[in-house]
Design a protein around this ligand. Structure first.
Ligand SMILES: *Cc1c(COP(=O)(O)O)cnc(C)c1O
Length: 390
């Protein structure tokens, strides 16, 4: 009986490993958290104000307002704009649930528009087709770390009585559209610090940026039960705080965010080059990065052709390689939105993406050997299929 491990066992590659980033910064993070503990200022204290100021600067926006999550950031902006029953908000269907649920929660109607296949982002032409007299906002999502076509969307907004644009920037902190960073391209932008995002905290957290001072002031009051000063309630708000502990952790990490985005960009480039060099394009369509835009690669998402997406995911899982499907079911076909009356076939590009997409490991600390393991496995999968077909 041999006790030796199997020769050259391929590496297990996790989809994401937050411990690598956190371990490397452990001393700094512990010191920052200890400082908050010592200060006793856990709510809206100096650590929060510092982080809000840093975020405003990072995004090139005038104001930053912390809150409890990206989902709350979206909800708060819609509340601040007075959106409610009878109103419509145009959103993509190919996104995380929170983009549309916030609209629904306020009694307004999410109106789903289709995407541009190459970037997976909201198609401005589809938005035009959905505008009505009830449209109160357009909410593009900068999906997977890449900005939606904000130039065209802004034209659409201007042509339609200046309908506010709310950026869902939860996956795209630091992304740029033709030199302008997400956070100040619309009426407001919403960020998430959920641990899987490019700037991830030790739990939940969110933030809103805006250049509009009145909107910023209203958001500060709305996130604090609509009170100002305490116990004098102007509006019915919610309790949505960015904890000082989270803010302290996020301040430490924000200083590294651009280096991490560069690492993600290098990994994305290597996938792109290797898939091209190996001639896999009949099976694997690499993601497109729009010209003159900074993609921050929250996800590296390929399309797997020929109905083989689930087979590839299983093939990778058998080799202990992580991958993920964002998103398997489009929002317009979710059970909870059945009352809106959408049917299969109404947003064909979104539906096709849901059948084809697979996200691969792209976190900054992914090693060259790990990435080789992923690339080799995908190459093997494509070769096996092509042999079977021959
Ligand atoms: C993560 C995410 C949200 C919600 O953020 P939370 O902090 O998890 O509430 C909203 N929209 C998109 C596109 C997201 O990826």
């Amino acid at each position: 009986m041999s006790t030796a491990p199997p020769a050259a066992a391929p590496l297990a590659v996790p989809m994401l490993d937050v411990n690598r980033e956190n371990t490397r910064l452990a001393d700094e993070l512990n010191a920052a958290m200890a400082e908050v503990a010592r200060s006793g200022a856990f709510v809206h204290g100096p650590a929060c104000h510092r982080f809000e100021a840093e975020m405003a600067k990072y995004c090139g926006a005038e104001h930053a307002i912390g809150c409890a999550s990206g989902s709350d950031a979206i909800l708060l902006v819609l509340m601040a704009l007075g959106i409610g029953p009878g109103d419509e908000v145009i959103v993509p269907s190919f996104t995380f649930f929170a983009t549309a649920s916030a609209v629904w929660r306020l009694g307004a109607k999410p109106v789903f528009a289709d995407i541009v296949p190459d970037t997976f982002n909201l198609d401005p032409a589809q938005v035009v087709a959905k505008i009505t007299s009830a449209t109160k906002a357009i909410m593009p999502v900068h999906l997977f770390g890449q900005c939606a076509n904000m130039g065209d969307l802004r034209q659409v907004s201007l042509a339609a009585r200046g309908i506010p644009i709310i950026e869902d920037s939860c996956q795209a902190i630091g992304a740029e559209f033709r030199g302008v960073r997400t956070g100040a391209m619309g009426t407001a932008a919403c960020f998430s610090f959920y641990p899987t995002k490019n700037l991830g905290g030790f739990g939940d957290g969110g933030l809103i940026t805006t250049n509009d001072p009145e909107l910023a002031a209203k958001l500060r009051v709305l996130r604090d039960h609509g009170q100002q000063p305490r116990y004098y309630h102007h509006f019915v708000g919610i309790n949505s705080r960015l904890d000082a502990l989270q803010a302290a952790v996020l301040s430490v990490k924000l200083a590294h965010l651009d280096d991490w985005a560069d690492a993600r960009q290098r990994h994305a480039q290597r996938y792109h080059d290797e898939f091209a060099r190996r001639g896999l394009s009949a099976d694997i369509v690499a993601p497109t990065a729009a010209k003159n835009c900074r993609h921050v690669w929250n996800q590296y998402t390929v399309r797997v052709k020929n109905g083989r997406r689930d087979a590839l995911q299983k093939f990778l899982a058998d080799r202990k390689i992580g991958s993920a499907i964002y998103y398997p079911v489009p929002l317009h076909l979710q059970e909870c939105f059945a009352a809106l009356g959408y049917e299969q076939g109404q947003l064909p590009k979104t539906e096709q993406a849901c059948r084809e997409v697979l996200s691969l490991p792209v976190y900054p600390e992914l090693t060259a050997d790990e990435q080789s393991t992923v690339i080799e496995a995908i190459t093997e999968f494509c070769a096996a299929k092509n042999r079977a077909a021959a």
